[in-house]
Design a protein around this ligand. Sequence first.
Ligand code: NAP
Length: 362
Amino acid sequence: KINVGVLGATGMVGQRYIKLLENHPWFKVTYVAASPRSAGKLYKQAVENRWLIGSDIPDDVKDLTVQDANNADLAVGKCRFVFSALEMGKDEIKALEAAYAQKGIPVVSNASANRWTEDVPMLIPEINWNHIDVIEAQKEHHGWDKGFIAVKPNCSLQTYMMPLYALQQAGYPVKRMIVTTLQAVSGAGYPGVSSFDMIDNIVPYIGGEEEKTEKECLKILGSVKDGKIENAAFPVVSSTCTRVPVIDGHTATVNLEFDLPEDKKPSLEEIINVWRNFSSVPQELDLPSAPKHPIVYREEINRPQPKRDRDTEKGMACVLGRLRKCNVFDVKFVALSHNTKRGAALGGILNAELLKAKGFFN
Ligand code: NAP
């Protein structure tokens, strides 16, 4: 197995990494790091009273000593690459991720700091697996030998990216979309939004989230050109992001308009067929965390629901339902994605599996 580290291992996403990597067929956690507040403690002490995963801390991690994530030197020789789940200022994370890459340690990141760096791929492996081609240019730009940075997009847009891309691939490009997200509290980390603000309430604002939901899709649908990623021009997205009293699972309502003449637009049945038959490179490569069915469409009129559907395909499927005609655009539907699994840790693990399968950790 390949030895891996987790930066931010004590946080909401970091804990998911620790649990999801238990018994992983390719990767083994040998290094954990967090803030200076946790550094020097055994992992089990550092997460005492804030272990949020519903089962025990894995045996091979609980007695590891937490290191200071700010010192990349400490990780050298301890792990082949790191997952980054740090919550710090953007500039600090950018500098820190570069420091690990500089030391020859690739970084597979969940943080937003490098999402707009033009030679850093922002991966959803079913969609833009080929953006890993930009990594050679990235290494060249920095003079990095083995190290590099690859990131994940924001968790909220994972609700609609896969159905959007599947339609585009089937010859049904989308011109405009209106997205309203209903995002789980775990998306804000721990302790996150106060219970007083969250119980019996909806908060109609999440700082920075609407910009991410509207823009990141353009990079993901872009292409690698001249050593950087060139953004796509469409779709134009208008979003409203809200926080709702759900623990895990981001839901979104989506209205979309096709970039096609009226007689070429797909019927509802054709759309559902496209979604149900969608499969891509992670499935072809049989990556350990790849869902068999990346998109699951449910017929029941009252689904998807976070409580019932977030763990579909181990939390890696995009679960859709309620596809119907829209009186303003063409069609509308409801989408759901597990924010700390597909949207964070397990999505990051799938990115690392793709990179490993393509020889990037050799
Ligand atoms: P979190 O629960 O607040 O955890 C933050 C982690 O960062 C902890 O391990 C913390 O260590 C560490 N940290 C904080 N300040 C630090 C410092 N000065 N130096 C070194 N380490 C420091 O946050 P989270 O929700 O897990 O999010 C982690 C990252 O994933 C963020 O960048 C977030 O934007 C991204 N993300 C989150 C989600 C989600 O659904 N939650 C989804 C997608 C992406 P201590 O425990 O020692 O303080």
